[in-house]
Design a protein around this ligand. Sequence first.
Ligand SMILES: NC(=O)c1ccc[n+]([C@@H]2O[C@H](COP(=O)([O-])OP(=O)(O)OC[C@H]3O[C@@H](n4cnc5c(N)ncnc54)[C@H](O)[C@@H]3O)[C@@H](O)[C@H]2O)c1
Length: 420
Amino acid sequence: MEKFDIKDAKQAEGGRRRIVWAEREMPVLRTIMERFEKERPLKGLRLSACLHVTAETGNLMRTLQAGGADVVLVASNPLSTQDDVAASLVTHDEIPVFAIKGEDNATYYKHINAGLDHKPHMTMDDGADLVSEIHKNRRDLLETIVGGTEETTTGVIRLKAMAADKMLEFPVIAVNDAMTKHFFDNRYGTGQSTIDGVIRATNILLAGKTFVVAGYGWCGRGLADRARGMGANVVVTEVNPMVALEAVMDGFRVMPMAEAVKIGDIFVTVTGDINVLDKHHFENMKDGAIVANSGHFNVEINIPALEKMSKEKRLVRPFVDEYLLSDGRSIHILGEGRLINLASAEGHPASVMDMSFANQALAAEYMAKNADKLGKQVYSVPEEIDREIARIKLDAMGVKIDKLTAEQEKYLNSWEEGTV
Ligand SMILES: NC(=O)c1ccc[n+]([C@@H]2O[C@H](COP(=O)([O-])OP(=O)(O)OC[C@H]3O[C@@H](n4cnc5c(N)ncnc54)[C@H](O)[C@@H]3O)[C@@H](O)[C@H]2O)c1
């Protein structure tokens, strides 16, 4: 087995500087790392992680290692790897990394399998590709695996579908379901970093543009809010009436995508769904429309259909493909339709990843201690862990809050007192 597969080990110093810079904004994970160094709760555990290889992930890997885990890291997306971070983890921390930004599909799966050759006791996924590969092609590994953790909405949906079909062979903790994850990471993190990705790729002015957000879930809410803050006219498309109503009451125009395509300048999909932008949408888009995705998989935009409709495709800037249609219009696809905040920008800011990855570290510790008591299901992060993370984060931010008095606690738990 190769020891690692990265772009260039000479980039290690730059990677280290970025890991240290991110760490400044990750006080919760730092607190956990200090405890892990003393208690070594993951001692002797082989852990294969399939995550976006970013500076923040670098800090998570170092935390798991401090806890005694023997870790391997592979990319969870072909375009999201920060090659300098991969170099630093290999060089400075002796953590094997298999990830190269821009790797093709065959290399991506070769790397997933290299991560699995580590014969993990525990998996840590972002999109469930490790779990899926183990269940489809590496079932020999099931014997030693005690459990896993999952980072994102799409992964959790895949795992819950597996568990419902009784196909899941080990317990997995849905880190995404923790309040201190999706409430902050999906909303504030995806919101800001998706705008960052669109701007870095295109350098366009958002003010005055019609910005269409497909999906008003946790990510979509954050994105719509931030696009509005930049002066864009934001349109939301949804399929869930309750969520659509919320978008209307939040002050956004809501309409079907078939209508939105006629007026939109910029489109971002964040639904976790397939073909949200399809052939009939491209047929009615304005000339020059800019289209990106921030949902987990690159299936939200039907790029193969667009390719068929186009007579020419050319790269006009890094991460911007122009598709020239036979009627003379052009449509721009950013970052090959992959998560744009990771493709052309740097992913979520460290401050929100602090909480997401604190959940990952504590979920791994919980799994190490409790795996034998868990069934082959998807579990939520225990509420005490969620609250503890919020408490440490507030502490680190220097924010103090009130405590219930004994009288208030009694009042809130009683039914006797009503109108006075
Ligand atoms: N870019 C990132 O860094 C990042 C971070 C977190 C999550 N994600 C991914 O983003 C996606 C969304 O995550 P979320 O937490 O917001 O999920 P969510 O379930 O909270 O929201 C998704 C929303 O999309 C809507 N939707 C589904 N199909 C639709 C369609 N055809 N048209 C319009 N709306 C539709 C749903 O009704 C729902 O309200 C997932 O794939 C998730 O894995 C990406």
